[in-house]
Each structure stands twice: as C-alpha cells, then as structure tokens.
Design a protein around this ligand. Structure first.
Ligand code: NDP
Length: 338
C-alpha cells in the first residue's frame, strides 16, 4: 500500500527548566526530521498524546524514578497513533498502537516499544486513561498498595482527575462501605456524586480535616493520596486503626520551591498502627496488568465504569494543556488531539 510519507514533523522540546510553576516559555516547538526506517521499526502518526503530572518532575534536573527531560531535546510520554509505515512483521501499516513517544506529531520507534490496541473495545484515547497507565495505577494502588478489602471506607483526593475518578469507581465495585472524594471545584464535586461517590467536597471550602470529618463520620480505612500536604494530614487524622494509605502522588508539592508544612501529625500513625506505602506503577505493572485488563474489560462492557476526558487540540496547545492540567482545568484525563 502506498502512503504519503512525511520526511519532517514537529515535536515539543524542553526550552528551559521551570523555577516553580512551568510557563509556556519552558517549551518550544521544533521541526524534526523523520529518518528512514531500519528493520523492525515503525512510523506512527500520533492521534492523541497524554499530559501527566509526573512530567513536571521530569522537567527538573534531579534523579528520580524516571530520568529528567533534557534541555533542547523533545519531551516524551504516552501517545496513541496509527502506523503509516512499517518494517516490522508484528505491527503492519494501519495498526493502532500505544507507545511512549508523545509530544510530537509523528514518531519513529522500534516495534517492540509499541503495543497494538483494540479500538473495538474502546476508542484509542481510552488506552491513555481507563485502559492505560491511569486505570492500572488506580487498580494496583487500591488492591496492592492499599490492600483494599470489601467493607473498607475509602477516601481519594484528586478525585475528579484521571486516576482519582477511577479509584472511586473501582473502590465501589470492589465493595467499599463508603467512597469519599475531594476535588477543587463545585462542578467536579457534582460530577463525583454522578459517578457514585457517597460523599464529596470541594477542598477550597475550609480546612480539609474538617471537611473530611463531616464526609466520613465513622472515619476511613483507606486513603488513596494523589495530593499530599494538608490532604495527607487530614487523612491521618481520620484514619481508623490499621488504616492504610496508598501514596500515589503529591501534586500539591510539584511546583513548590519550599518544603511542605504538612503532615504535622505523623506520630498518630503509631497508635493507630497505620501503614503508609509509596508506590510507582512500574513496580506492579507486570504482575497486575493481566488481572486488571480482564476485570476492566468486563466492567466496561457492563457499563459499570465511566471515564471523562478533557481534550485540547493540536501540538501548539500541548504545553498549555499540561500547565492547565496541573492547575485543575481537567475533569478526568487531560489529552491532546494531534
Ligand atoms: P489528574 O487528572 O488528577 O490531574 C491533576 C489534578 O490535580 C488537577 O486536575 C487538580 O484537580 C489536582 N490538583 C492540582 N493542584 C492541586 C493541589 N494543590 N491540591 C489538590 N489538588 C490539586 O492527574 P492524574 O490522575 O494523572 O494523576 C493524579 C496523581 O497520581 C498525581 O499526583 C500523579 O503524580 C499521580 N500518579 C502516580 C503514579 C504512580 O505510579 N505512583 C502514576 C500516575 C499518576 P483539582 O481541580 O481537584 O484541584
């Protein structure tokens, strides 16, 4: 099959490292050339790319569980696209794939860095949210890091976001006695009630510990932490004995240049026999993925899970989409259509 094969494309580069909150000046769009394919490689026209909070950490020049982005080099991250040229027998032209070379309109990569996705199960973008790292993080965090069991009362922060909205719905499906979520706007709180949360609050409405106390009069057994800081402190206040915390993220601190001033009540973990467990999804991914995919496919076909997506359009909008996501502009997963 003959296709029009571009020789050049565009990618977002890191122009400079942010000091505090990133601005659009930290990003720059550059023209890139698309080399001839070697054996085993594919050329993908990216359709949708993901912007994720962990990318903020990669903009700093610090050692972490993922290496930092390099100045004057393209950023990368999750993307889905269509294969328009292939020198791989496993991934023919026309396949829809998910891979890790986002932040660009086209990507040349080894076929073993891409996975074919089934767009009959769900639209391609779902492989960047409910069926992708987001859904897997929610499921593994609940079932492995927090060791959730039926009857637990579960509180999740960042609850209207990509991971958080999955956590709340999965907790319900896994038999939680009560599901509580916090989010940053009243519209998001309303959405959480629509999604089946028993209680939800806007964390701007007062001290988080007071709001959580009203939402969880019998305490909580699990806190799924996406935020850190005063949310974590509030959860420690209200966790019941033998409670567990899945420490997934600390987004309230990602742009901070000062050390956090909460939690100040860590000593409570002793008497309450609490477990606080940090995790990165890579630790659980291989073990948990088959079980997750099987259960999630069933829940999706039974219409028991809903996922929201907030779209921006075009590579030129990608940096702003990322910045806006860090500031709460998204409900569900923030994605960029290319
Ligand atoms: P989201 O879709 O939840 O988007 C980020 C959200 O964070 C915003 O929409 C905003 O919502 C909220 N937020 C921003 N600043 C604050 C603040 N100061 N206090 C409270 N909320 C804030 O992102 P993801 O679902 O992709 O990620 C959620 C968390 O999970 C992040 O911390 C991320 O780093 C972590 N993560 C961890 C993984 C792991 O392997 N451990 C893997 C994937 C994600 P609002 O309007 O409610 O403020």
């Amino acid at each position: 099959m003959s296709t029009t094969r571009p020789t050049n494309s565009r990618a977002v580069h890191l122009a400079s490292r942010p000091d505090g909150a990133p601005t659009e000046d930290n990003f720059r769009i550059e023209e890139i050339s698309l080399p001839e394919l070697s054996d085993g490689q594919i050329l993908v026209a990216n359709d949708v790319m993901s912007v994720d909070p962990y990318m903020r950490g990669r903009m700093n020049d610090v050692k972490s569980y993922v290496p930092p982005f390099q100045i004057d080099q393209p950023l990368d991250g999750g993307a889905v696209g269509t294969v328009i040229e292939s020198r791989s027998e496993e991934i023919p032209v026309g396949s829809h794939v998910v891979h890790q070379l986002g932040w660009r309109e086209h990507a040349v990569l080894d076929a073993d860095g891409a996975h074919i996705i089934d767009t009959d199960i769900a639209p391609a973008s779902a492989y960047l949210s409910v069926l992708g790292m987001t859904g897997l993080t929610a499921y593994a965090g609940l079932t492995r890091a927090a060791e959730m069991k039926a009857g637990d009362a579960v509180f999740v922060s960042g609850a209207a976001g990509a991971v958080g909205s999955m956590v709340g719905q999965l907790a319900r499906l896994l038999g939680a006695s009560r599901v509580i979520g916090s989010a940053g706007t009243d519209a998001k709180v309303t959405r959480l009630r629509d999604l089946g949360f028993d209680a939800a609050f806007n964390y701007h409405d007062g001290p988080v510990t007071e709001l959580l106390g009203q939402a969880a009069p019998d305490g909580i057994d699990i806190y799924y932490d996406n935020v850190g800081g005063d949310h974590l402190e509030a959860a420690i206040d209200h966790l019941n004995n033998d409670g567990r915390v899945a420490m997934c993220g600390a987004i309230s601190q990602y742009n901070s240049v000062e050390p956090p001033c909460a939690p100040r009540n860590l000593a409570l973990t002793i008497g309450k026999r609490l477990t606080l467990r940090g995790f990165v999804i890579a630790k659980y991914a291989e073990e948990v993925r088959p079980e997750f995919q099987q259960r999630m496919a069933k829940w999706l076909s039974a219409d028991e899970i809903h996922w929201d997506e907030t779209f921006r359009d075009g590579l030129d909008a990608a940096a702003k989409a990322f910045i806006d996501m860090l500031n709460g502009a998204n409900t569900g997963k923030m994605l960029v259509r290319l």
